[in-house]
Write a protein that binds this ligand. Sequence first.
Ligand SMILES: CC(C)(COP(=O)(O)OP(=O)(O)OC[C@H]1O[C@@H](n2cnc3c(N)ncnc32)[C@H](O)[C@@H]1OP(=O)(O)O)[C@@H](O)C(=O)NCCC(=O)NCCS
Length: 395
Amino acid sequence: MTSEHTRAIHPDEVGQCIELWHCTWPNAAPGYFERYLRGDAEFIPEYCRVSSVDGQVVASAMIVRRTVSCGDMTLTVGCLANVATVADYRGRGYANECVQQCLKVMEADTFDLSILFSDRHHFYGRLGYTACPMTHFEGPPREEVCVKSDTYLVRKASVSDFAPIEAIYARYNLGRPLAVVRSSAYWREWIRWDGGGFTSQALVAAAGDEVIGYAVARRREDCADIVELCTLPGHEEAMRTLCCTISTGCAGDGVARLSLHLPGGYPLPSIAEKCLGSVQAGCDTSLMVRLLNSDALLRGIAPELTDRWRRAGSPAGQLAVSTPYGPAALTVSDTSLQVRAMVPEETPAMIGQSDLVSLLMGYDSCSYRLDPETRMFIQALFPTARGWFWALDRC
Ligand SMILES: CC(C)(COP(=O)(O)OP(=O)(O)OC[C@H]1O[C@@H](n2cnc3c(N)ncnc32)[C@H](O)[C@@H]1OP(=O)(O)O)[C@@H](O)C(=O)NCCC(=O)NCCS
């Protein structure tokens, strides 16, 4: 009789699981998957669900737990990763069961939100995830661009730059919605910040002896991506110098297309103009989001939203958010913002869970289709914030 179970990974299944992931994604760098089970301080066996058939691991899904900033608050995010089934066992519901168990574990552990990166929208849509499109700039890299700066010297990052880079990241991303709060151990064990690791090129900009900014670029075939770009306050000009140096290098190296995966708003458009031959907007639809414990999440953020609402002059309005657990209403009393279940006869403007995540990140993807009062209400609760989930944190 066949014995099959879907449950938390057993210690003696770690090798099988890593092998499943390397077989499923053969282009991953050596050591890439080991860190999920052996290099992540947040990992516990409950976070890796496996389906086992007669003692063989045939499917998996796992939760990568991260703390992200969100203004003055932090949120607990579960990145869903390594969803894989051995080819002969596909189409039998194993991956679905592994993900369902991940969702139960995240709900029980009071995670706020789950995210994942995948084009399988249908598969994850049934599990409550919705796409949250992110835009970026792309175009051919410019060769003839002035990279000289009197203020900043750009050079390859070396080991002695790691500590200042960590400090610059922390300063630049303080409070930035969805930016992962990174410890030194995380830089070392997860990002493998050793000048190479899973990143292809890291540059730093120095003003005199002080490192004040850095950029990380990745090459894939004849395309390249700038995936991280951070400076200390007051040194935004260094971003242009860093990007132009990368752009010139890419053009000389035969790169046909350079993409800037960076938070929107100032100074991104002017950087794109400067270092791309013809700027186009690209849309990445791989980010999918799912609220977990949406009631607790909304109640948790309500005090901060109340502060914002008061600072904006307490405008009238109400809003409903559709969540995998049913709609929740955000309404105002005389002095504060309240979160409650919706009553059937209510008809407030309704936004989706991915709209809420975009709004929390400081991007307004939905108010253009709502009435003027709701638009003002939304703008009071969710001011522009340039949130971002950096590619180096993707799971
Ligand atoms: C994507 C992947 C994990 C799915 O694994 P799986 O175990 O076949 O998944 P499931 O069986 O739960 O669901 C797959 C499909 O089979 C169907 N299915 C579910 N239960 C079923 C059952 N008992 N019998 C037959 N079909 C079933 C589902 O409806 C689903 O259909 P969909 O493609 O329209 O969504 C697997 O194809 C894989 O490893 N692909 C390569 C890695 C990858 O792309 N991972 C996802 C990256 S985010």
